[in-house]
Each structure stands twice: as structure tokens, then as C-alpha cells.
Design a protein around this ligand. Structure first.
Ligand code: 13P
Length: 258
């Protein structure tokens, strides 16, 4: 059964005491629902600021169906890159996932498809599973170029991977115009793009890999709209920003999966 994933992207939010409290709340929630999670093949991923990952790994060490993610990693293995964090460092503390290609990295830090390819390769070299983000800007959708943009992002940064490596990648479709704006893609718009992404995976790899890849939706996904989005066949979960910062909201979103 394909894995359903609800990933929280905290971005640059929370102090340590706040982070610990929220991680504990989410962990307690998962412990009470773990049988349901097992039946439904649900995984919760928490993508935290780097500085909280080590503490979070300790707090969540006995919590099933929960994995931790970094929000980024660097393109190089090691060396004189002041302020950067390598995939190997993340692996060495037990991180399992890493978000790569978030539109905020693309836009504010000028990360292009070529840079992102290097990050994807680096992550996989150190056994981190990339959650690779794709998404179009509003003008690209208005000009009807959104399918082409997403096709290129996939082709330039992940479709070079051998199929066995690609099997460790999850895709997150996050239309840039929907991130943090309160404007969600309609379930039909999102589903169309998810179907397109799956067909691209099918064309590039195989039916089996297309079926097994988790494709998440992100962009103003919240407790009120999650159920309708997740009811679509090709939407396998969500990458949640603002609504993941509050335990009750985040739990409602997870519950919308089943
Ligand atoms: P919001 O849910 O706040 O729109 O953010 C989405 C996002 O960027 C998740 O990575």
C-alpha cells in the first residue's frame, strides 16, 4: 500500500521550549492512534529547524510512524562552508528525510534546478529521503505554463536518478501562489497536477514506481480543506506550513487522511 505522509514544515518558527512542547503533543497523539496509523500506512514527518533535530530525535525515539526531516542540506560533502549543514551530519544524528527545493529556497536563496540536483544526490548518498518540492508561480499558471514548469523541475533535478534511488523520493506539489497566502489550489486543480506528476513518473520510470511514489500537496492546507484535498486519488498527503505549528490543527489535518 502506498504510504500516506503528512509532513509538517515548521520553517523558521518556535523556540526550544515551544518546539519540545509541540513535538511531545504530536508524539502523544500518534501513540494514541498508532493502530490506525498502521492500518492506513500513515507516516508523520516533522521538518524542524536544524537546531532542534537532535533533541527531537531523543524525544521521539519510541514513537512509531513518525520521522524527522531537515528543511535543507548543503550541496557539498564537507569542508570550509561556514554556516552550512551536510547530508552526512544529518544522517549521523539519525534524520531520515530532507526537504529539497522548497520555493522559499528557490526564491530567497536562488537555488536553481542544478543546485537542487546536487542536493538530491547528496541526500541519497547519505540515505536521507528527499521530499522534493515543485510548484509554479502565479504568472506561470495564468500563462498556462504550469505543467511545463513542473515537468522541467522534475526532469532537471530528480529524473536523472536510477529507479531504485527515485523510489526513495517523495514529491510535494506546492503552487507558490498558494503558500502562506490562504489561497489553496482547488482539489480539482491540485489533483490534475498530481495526476500529471504521476504520469511523468510513469513515463520516466514505470507503472510500479508511479503507483508507489507519495505525492503530497502543500499550500494553505488546513484543517478545513484537508479532507477534500486528501479525498483525491492522487493526493497522498500534505506538506503543511502554518497549520502545523499548532497541535490541534495539525492533528485535525492528519485525521483528514482517514
Ligand atoms: P503554508 O501551509 O503555510 O501555506 O505553507 C506551505 C508550505 O510551504 C509547506 O512547505
Amino acid at each position: 500500500m502506498k504510504q500516506k505522509i503528512i509532513a509538517a514544515n515548521w520553517k523558521m518558527n518556535k523556540t526550544l521550549p515551544e518546539a519540545v512542547q509541540l513535538i511531545e503533543q504530536v508524539s502523544d497523539y500518534i501513540m494514541t492512534k498508532r493502530l490506525r496509523f498502521m492500518d492506513e500506512n500513515v507516516l508523520v514527518v516533522l521538518a524542524l529547524p536544524y537546531v532542534y533535530l537532535y533533541e527531537a530525535l531523543y524525544i521521539t525515539r519510541n514513537v512509531p510512524h513518525l520521522a524527522l526531516a531537515a528543511q535543507n542540506c548543503y550541496t557539498e560533502r564537507k569542508g570550509a562552508f561556514t554556516g552550512e549543514i551536510s547530508a552526512e551530519m544529518l544522517q549521523s544524528i539519525g534524520t531520515e528525510y530532507v526537504i529539497i527545493g522548497h520555493s522559499e529556497r528557490r526564491n530567497y536563496f536562488q537555488e536553481d534546478n542544478e543546485t537542487l540536483l546536487k542536493k538530491v544526490d547528496m541526500a541519497l548518498e547519505y540515505d536521507l529521503r528527499p521530499i522534493f518540492c515543485v510548484g509554479e508561480q502565479l504568472n506561470e499558471r495564468m500563462e498556462d505554463r504550469h505543467f511545463h514548469v513542473i515537468q522541467k523541475q522534475l526532469k532537471d533535478s530528480v529524473f536523472h536518478l536510477p529507479e531504485t534511488d527515485f523510489a526513495n523520493v517523495a514529491i510535494a506539489y506546492e503552487p507558490v501562489w498558494a503558500i502562506g497566502t490562504g489561497k489553496t489550489a482547488s482539489p480539482i486543480q491540485a489533483d490534475r497536477m498530481h495526476q500529471f506528476i504521476r504520469s511523468e513518473i510513469r513515463n520516466n520510470y514505470s507503472e510500479k514506481t508511479a503507483c508507489n511514489t507519495s505525492i503530497l500537496y502543500g499550500g494553505s492546507c488546513n484543517a478545513a480543506n484537508a479532507r477534500e484535498l486528501f479525498s483525491k486519488n492522487d493526493i497522498d498527503g500534505g506538506l503543511i506550513g502554518g497549520a502545523s505549528l499548532n497541535a490541534a490543527d495539525f492533528e485535525k489535518i492528519i485525521e483528514s487522511l482517514y
